[in-house]
Write a protein that binds this ligand. Sequence first.
Ligand SMILES: C[S@@+](CC[C@H](N)C(=O)[O-])C[C@H]1O[C@@H](n2cnc3c(N)ncnc32)[C@H](O)[C@@H]1O
Length: 398
Amino acid sequence: MTETRAIRVSCSRGMAPYLTQELSALGHAPRELAPTALELRGTLHDAWRLNLQLRTALSVLWPLASFPCSSPDELFEATRAVPWEEHLGLESNLSVVSRVDTPTISDPRFANLRVKDAIVDRMRDQLGDRPPSGPERTGAVVRAYWWGNQAQLFADLSGQKLSDRGYRKRPHMAPLRETLAAGLLLAAGYDGAQPFVNPMCGSGTLAIEAALIGSGRAPGLLRSDYGLQHWRSYDAEAWQEIRREVKAAPLRTPAPIVATDHNPQAIEAARHNAQTAGVEALIEFGVCDFTETPIPAVGEAGGVVMLNPEYGLRLGDTAALAATYNEVGDLFKQHFKGWTGFLFTGNAELAKKVGLRTSRRLPFFNGDIECRLLRYELYAGSKKQKKQGQAPGGEPRA
Ligand SMILES: C[S@@+](CC[C@H](N)C(=O)[O-])C[C@H]1O[C@@H](n2cnc3c(N)ncnc32)[C@H](O)[C@@H]1O
């Protein structure tokens, strides 16, 4: 298994810098192909391993074919020329997911259908039978990309999206996608050396991802079923060996992680999710108003406090939320001196109510909603005048 190919790793919009950071830390040399796709060279087993290791990726794709394509008939014929009988069995469900950006067709469902028909035709011809097919990504997933006059076919080794880690059995209101939560933490520079406080934790996604990062646990070990297991190239022994190897990485004990919410049901869900993820013991949960969240002592490494309040687009009422955002500013200013504060929101108007100067405004997408991760340097008194001539963060705006 030494042949290398151009492995493609996809992510949500806004996440490519953090995925690049992750891949580089794992010793790969990724190249950005698009805002939601990176490419790196590696073996099939490297690609398998990435499914277990990556925190911010949505799927890991192994290339099977690339060809010029300017019509649905060409897509069908070129797909039919691929030896699918060598790649797929007859038992697993086959599903096809396409992305198209070509003047020829606008609906990716049409491409899905042509690709699926071509695969099924070929298998029936070669094997006398065809696999079952349907939209569920529980079996073998084929990805088709058709950009302009070029099309590519991939084996989606992840199957279900990697954001579905399998620990969130109980979502609360508007939970963050697990990969987005991990990206926010990486963007915040969180690595477990500093305490992490997450008031308004909802179903606990940020705290759980922090515990996984801080302890050095590979997120993909939580899941047992991957698309890669439904291809003929699957070798159960080699897969178990890769899982064992990834699991053998030494675990660390992160600095304290505190997660609170005023809703007892949210905390019950968060605790249950953390238990499923195997990190309950690393998180101190509490039911309280966000302003009452217990604050651990900070050391040299400082501390990270991150809030993801409702932002009035999907939940809550904007007018009432203005007061909450204002209180977040007060909380940061009065109780988190010496920490780095982060607010994740999709509502720029509400963010202004925090009333503190941001040191960074990092773009992210929560689904289709453009959001920002706002960073506030909450200097302790002595650091106030750190930079001459520049008003420090954490100070009220003029
Ligand atoms: C957008 S949700 C957070 C979702 C969370 N990031 C997740 O992934 O599940 C906002 C949370 O803030 C909580 N909340 C709202 N007002 C609060 C307050 N005054 N004190 C504490 N929690 C509050 C809500 O109960 C809700 O769980």
